[in-house]
Design a protein around this ligand. Structure first.
Ligand SMILES: [Zn+2]
Length: 388
């Protein structure tokens, strides 16, 4: 129930402000704030939010209580009662004597209501009006950004993000780079090579360290059969591309398909930064198995497992052990273990948001949980305790 206290605190504060104001006005006649305010507070402290809302609603019936109505409207929206929030904010805006600053705030709150209700066109119109009025501009621009991201209107996102940067001073280069990357991918999907290259260049000029843009460059190099360029890009230290090797290795492997195994192994070794990358170990293990035999592959996988508790690498090691033994019963044990481990690791999320902890099997450049850009990445395997 503690969340009610959190939701209702702004309401209590607005009511307190109003009660103090009224008490000052009536100081000659009364000895303190309106008793109804304390009744409302008591209900809050007794964890009876509905009764508290009832009391504050009665207080809000007074024409001077725009702040309480604003707080109540916000509360209704957070409770999921969007229709009620919309009615309260619309009623407030309709008041002819409302101060311009409170009217602007009510417009912003109504925009938030529409946004939550999925009425994006109406929310967009209100936020644009606020930007024109130069009232609550930063919050209105953030609202517009949310809308355009939902609608995947990336050109609009770029324009709004630039305005937001100018308005608040908050750097938006990283987000703008992602919008350009979205445009690049869309251009390539429809076969417009020139627009794709232009958008990619724009992404890198917005954020020269953008990992996603760098990975797009790597994919372009591989498509043009330039694996050395791809390797050089992946090894760049100013972007975290090696953390996303699992996204690149299938295409890189295809590029080395017709080449000698030694070249492929040397390429993989070039990408080893000592961080225990699971995908790299799997590809290197497979390459060594073919070129040098199962023992070489097993040595590599065992060295990895000495340092990391990595289920993904455990499975191929068990498969190698199963092939190595002639003992039927032992083979059966190893096969059963490998199958069980395969099942367990297939359930594990492949990506995790470093900002909110959201986990999933697919890479989302904008986290579906917290809407942050570039915060999802493959989790590192846990390190083994050296003393164990
Ligand atoms: Zn997140």
């Amino acid at each position: 129930m503690i969340e009610w206290l959190f939701f209702l605190l702004p309401l209590a504060a607005a009511s307190g402000w109003w009660a103090a104001k009224r008490s000052a006005e009536r100081a000659a006649k009364t000895s303190g704030p309106d008793p109804a305010y304390f009744h409302g507070l008591n209900y809050l402290l007794d964890e009876q939010p509905d009764k508290a809302i009832e009391v504050f609603l009665q207080l809000a019936d007074d024409g001077e209580t725009a702040e309480i109505q604003l707080a109540l409207g916000g509360l209704f929206r957070r409770r999921g009662e969007v229709d009620r929030a919309i009615r309260m904010h619309q009623g407030l805006i309709a008041q002819s004597r409302l101060a311009p600053s409170l009217r602007a705030l009510a417009l912003y709150e109504l925009g938030q209501d529409y946004l939550q209700a999925g009425l994006l066109d109406r929310a967009e119109a209100l936020f644009q009006e606020l930007v024109t009025l130069e009232a609550y501009s930063a919050r209105a621009l953030e609202g517009l950004l949310t809308i355009y991201q939902q609608e995947r209107e990336w050109e609009q996102c770029i324009a709004v993000a630039r305005k937001l940067q100018a308005c608040t001073g908050k750097p938006m280069g990283a987000e703008i780079a992602h919008y350009h990357c979205e445009l690049a991918e869309a251009a390539w999907r429809r076969g417009d090579e020139a627009a794709g290259e232009k958008a990619l260049a724009d992404a890198l000029s917005s954020d020269p360290h953008c990992t996603r843009a760098l990975l797009l460059q790597v994919h372009r190099s591989l498509k043009q059969h330039q694996p050395q360029t791809a390797l050089a890009l992946l090894r760049r230290e100013d972007a975290d591309a090696l953390g996303f090797l699992s996204e690149i290795l299938p295409a890189l492997a295809a590029c080395y398909g017709g080449r000698p195994a030694e070249e492929w192994i040397a390429a993989l070794r070039q990408l080893d930064d000592g961080s225990g990358n699971t995908a790299l170990r799997l590809y290197l293990g497979e390459a060594l198995k073919r070129a040098a035999g199962p023992e070489a592959a097993a040595d590599l996988l065992m060295a990895h497992l000495h340092r990391y508790a990595d289920l993904v690498v455990m499975e191929p090691l068990l498969r190698l052990a199963e092939q190595e033994t002639q003992e039927p019963r032992l083979r059966q044990y190893l096969r059963t273990l490998a199958r069980a481990i395969h099942h367990v690791q297939a359930q594990q999320p492949r990506y995790r948001c470093e900002h909110c902890g959201f986990q999933g099997h697919h890479l989302h450049w904008q986290c579906p949980g917290c809407r942050h850009w570039g915060s999802m990445r493959p989790p590192s395997p846990p390190k083994m305790d050296a003393s164990a």
